[in-house]
Design a protein around this ligand. Structure first.
Ligand code: F6P
Length: 538
């Protein structure tokens, strides 16, 4: 779109001119029940937007913008499997992965829900075999350690979920230890392998494409380690020690994973949207199949809320809209994710990929250059730790930053008083920080360094409790928020061409390390390769 031609956009620009100097402290003074006015809830979530720099009029105008951008039609295209990932000619059907068994979805004459449930069933079967010690390693002993090898979407979601939901580990999974390996340079495997028993270790090679060099390099190293330790044939090792979770069965097959160990998903599941598929195998191993299904159920509840609720009460829509307001109308281009709950420590890096790989684009879905800003720089950390790291910048720096505070109302029920007290402490910090960021504070003397400007906008997302269901709902909330923003910005959020070129360049550079460096390279790259060659020759 040309933003200048969209009436709602132009309207928002003049509205922003009118209210941009209104301080949040002033907004709270003017409206006694700002919280009542700007907080929205579902059964287990509360979204508090009262600390955003908005008025009722702002929300009305933002809602007009999504209507003008035909969000309702886009939501239907998403859920019904239209090929909205146009550059790759694919649907984006992660929502179908969480449909309950009794609902069917037919896309292009195929009942894809049958495929989905068959794949989940196969995964459930493997999980039970492993939990019940029926899956044996090369010397007949049962599997005890699981290593998920994958990167990006094939790593971040399962890693986050396993950590977040550890307390839900059922008795039958207690004897399993689950590890994650992603880094291309082998440093994680180098540390991990000496701690593992080869005969009782099972590797999951998680890769949608089964061509990601990072993952294949780690898988090759793992297999070599097993071959050396066991003295067995490669076929036997593949049979007993490797499972593939992939969309590319042929590549998994030719790498050596036998058919019975292959778990399938489809090209209409984006990598960063894949934790709901068999990429979730480590999650099902950790928290059990029932809890994995509860995660899907929670995500499905959020899907329904997104699809069925009017925009002015729709959590993902509102979350997306305040982001667009901050970015495009208040010129705020940094966004921090601050979970006040250590169980969600991997959420910031998960959202980095979800948001920045989806909407970090400067062309629209047709490939035309945009004349407005899109996805901001996003980062984060467990809030209470971040207080001792980058909150200084949030409170007194020169950058405007929008903040998402994420917390749970109830925790440690039935556990020790000390832990419950720690939870209250964390909540108090969460609320105190968002309050200070919003309202600011005058210096008690004339020392400038004790002054807090405030006016940093924030959203608080409060879960009643962190359970498999609310966890699923939280992640679906962010997925749909990203989608809402992509519709406003007219971006295709489901491709990632920006990462493709770098991969190709890396493979063309690899041979340069082994030979006379090409004169065609820029002097920096050439100089650095020559330095490596000199140091390695010593
Ligand atoms: O580098 C980008 C990316 O393609 C991500 O989108 C994806 O999640 C990751 O690589 C891993 O890809 P794969 O699952 O195919 O190994």
């Amino acid at each position: 779109m040309d933003s200048g031609e969209i009436k709602a956009w132009v309207d928002l620009q003049s509205h922003a001119e009118e209210i941009k100097d209104l301080h949040l402290a002033e907004l709270f003074r003017l409206e006694a029940d700002r919280f009542g006015e700007f907080s929205f809830s579902t059964e287990s979530f509360l979204l508090d937007l009262s600390k955003q720099r908005i008025t009722k009029e702002t929300l009305g105008k933002l809602t007009a913008l999504v209507e003008q951008q035909a969000l309702g039609e886009w939501i239907e295209k998403l859920f019904t499997g239209e090929q909205i990932n146009v550059s790759e000619g694919r649907s984006a059907l992660h929502t179908a992965l969480r449909l309950p068994i009794e609902e069917t979805l037919r896309v292009n004459d195929r009942v894809i829900t049958e495929d989905i449930h068959a794949s989940l069933e196969k995964m459930a079967l493997l999980v039970r075999q492993i939990q019940q010690a029926q899956w044996r390693g090369f010397d007949g002993r049962p599997i005890r350690s699981i290593v998920n090898i994958g990167v990006g979407g094939s790593n971040l979601g399962p890693l986050m979920a396993c950590d977040a939901l550890e307390q839900y580990t059922p008795a039958e999974s207690k004897q399993l230890d689950i590890h994650f390996v992603s880094s291309m340079d082998g440093s994680e495997l180098e540390k991990l392998l000496p701690l593992l028993e080869p005969a009782t270790t099972l590797f999951i090679v998680a890769s949608k494409t089964f061509s990601t060099i990072d993952t294949l390099a780690n898988a090759n190293t793992a297999r070599e380690w097993l071959l050396k330790a066991s003295g067995k044939s490669v076929d036997l090792i593949n049979q007993h020690h490797f499972i593939a979770a992939t969309g590319n069965i042929r590549a998994a097959q030719s790498w050596g994973v036998p058919e019975k160990n292959q778990l399938l998903f489809w090209d209409w599941v984006g990598g960063r949207y894949s934790l709901w598929s068999v990429i979730g195998l480590p999650i099902a191993l950790k928290v059990g199949v029932e809890n994995f299904r509860a995660i899907l159920k929670g995500a499905h509840a959020m899907d329904r809320h997104f699809r069925e609720t009017s925009f002015d009460k729709n959590l993902p829509v509102l979350l997306g809209l305040v982001g667009v307001w901050n970015i495009n109308f208040l010129n705020i281009h940094a966004h921090t994710i601050l979970p006040y709950d250590g169980r969600l420590s991997h959420l910031p890096s998960y959202l980095q990929q979800l948001e920045m790989e989806s909407n970090g684009k400067s062309v629209n879905a047709k490939g035309e250059r945009l004349n407005y800003r899109t996805c901001p720089v996003l980062w984060g950390e467990v809030g209470s730790n971040a207080q001792h790291a980058f909150y200084q910048l949030l409170h007194q720096g020169t950058e405007l930053v929008m903040c998402d505070f994420i917390t749970t109302a109830v925790r440690y029920e039935g556990e020790g008083e000390e832990l419950q007290l720690q939870h209250q402490l964390s909540l108090a910090n969460c609320l105190a920080q968002s309050r200070l960021l919003a309202l600011g504070a005058e210096s008690e003397n004339d020392l400038g360094y004790q002054h807090y400007d405030g006016n940093q906008p924030s959203t608080t997302i409060m879960l009643d409790e962190l359970t498999p269901e609310t966890f699923g709902g939280l992640i679906a909330l962010y997925e749909h928020k990203v989608f809402v923003q992509s519709v406003i910005w007219e971006i295709n959020p489901f491709d990632q061409w920006g990462v493709e070129k770098g991969k190709k360049l890396a493979s063309s550079l690899l041979p340069e390390f082994q030979s006379q460096v090409s004169g065609d390279l820029d002097s920096s790259t050439r100089g650095l390769i020559q330095r490596v060659q000199r140091q390695q020759a010593q």
